[in-house]
Design a protein around this ligand. Structure first.
Ligand code: OGA
Ligand code: MN
Length: 282
């Protein structure tokens, strides 16, 4: 039986859809999982409103889409080694976590295919998450640019964020409520093709992001900088961006292989709490 009770409603932006007609606090059928996976590949970001979920529900849902990914630098919650908390206290002065465009853990040898975020406490203002569509950005490039970047590899590293002198290192706000473990491991680099062929859809996407890409193999730092800035200008153009507004008990899943995302602030004085899992790549 097809999972015809599942309703998928596109956001109207370049990416993203809302999914209703399914209860994520219960085990899903194979047909339901297949329908959600198809919608995920079609829309890149899926939002499931009104889904109160326990830790076990979140873990079970995540594993329908693959094994858990490996989450470095951030301590998991007690008793649940694959769930991390993305949180900010109402009084917190530390910078908003993840408030720069990135694709999760893109510096890993095999970056996570997906990330799942479940909202527990959402602020009444601000705290939106932005997403952009790496397929649409690639397709919008000129033929000259497509030829120029074909075969080039970007050098990814976690250093800017997680090295001892990175954003979340020694100089970080002392009142940060997340437990982030900056380390020398963040200095490692890994190169990935700028033009990534998505392993499930076969479509080409731009796979770069300013959070983790340092430079481009074979180019001077200056040439790499100008090339990346030009590509980011397209990728982050509002034509290709979806601004996600949260409600409590909303589950969001995104495809890291063909999107970038970033947190936004604007909610000082209010708490925000999310639980997060990752799905291993590719
Ligand atoms: C993340 C992330 C964005 C947000 O958890 O990977 O980037 O809005 N979060 O909290
Ligand atoms: Mn992220």
């Amino acid at each position: 039986m097809a999972a015809s009770h599942i309703k998928v409603t596109p956001t109207g932006a370049s990416l993203g859809a809302f999914v209703t007609g399914v209860d994520l606090s219960k085990p899903l059928t194979d047909e339901e999982v297949a329908a959600i996976r198809k919608a995920w590949l079609d829309h890149l970001v899926l939002a499931f409103p009104d889904q109160p979920m326990s830790h076990e529900d979140l873990e079970r849902f995540t594993q329908y889409f693959g094994p858990f990914g490996d989450d470095p630098f951030i301590a998991p919650i007690e008793g649940h080694p694959h769930i991390i908390e993305v949180k900010r206290a109402a009084t917190e002065k530390a910078s908003v976590f993840a408030a720069a465009w990135h694709s999760d853990w893109s510096f890993q040898d095999t970056p996570p295919a997906g990330t799942i975020l479940h909202s527990k406490i959402t602020p009444p203002v601000g705290g939106d998450t932005l997403f952009c569509n790496g397929y649409a950005a690639y397709e919008a490039l000129s033929d000259e640019m497509k030829a120029k970047i074909e075969g080039l590899k970007a050098v990814h590293s976690a250093a800017l964020a997680y090295a001892p002198d990175g954003v979340y290192g020694k100089g970080d706000g002392s009142d940060r409520s997340m437990t982030i473990k900056a380390s020398e491991d963040a200095l490692n680099t890994k190169s990935h093709p700028i033009v990534r062929v998505h392993p499930e859809t076969g479509r080409k996407a731009l796979f770069i992001n300013p959070g983790y890409v340092k430079t481009v193999e074979g180019l001077s730092d200056e040439d790499a900088f100008f090339l990346l800035v030009e590509l980011y200008g397209v990728t982050h153009d509002e034509r290709f961006v979806y601004r996600h507004k949260w409600q409590d008990d909303m589950l969001l899943m995104w495809d890291n292989r063909c999107t970038q995302h970033m947190a936004t602030g604007g909610y000082d004085g209010h708490a925000r709490l999310m639980h997060r899992t990752t799905v291993a790549g590719p």
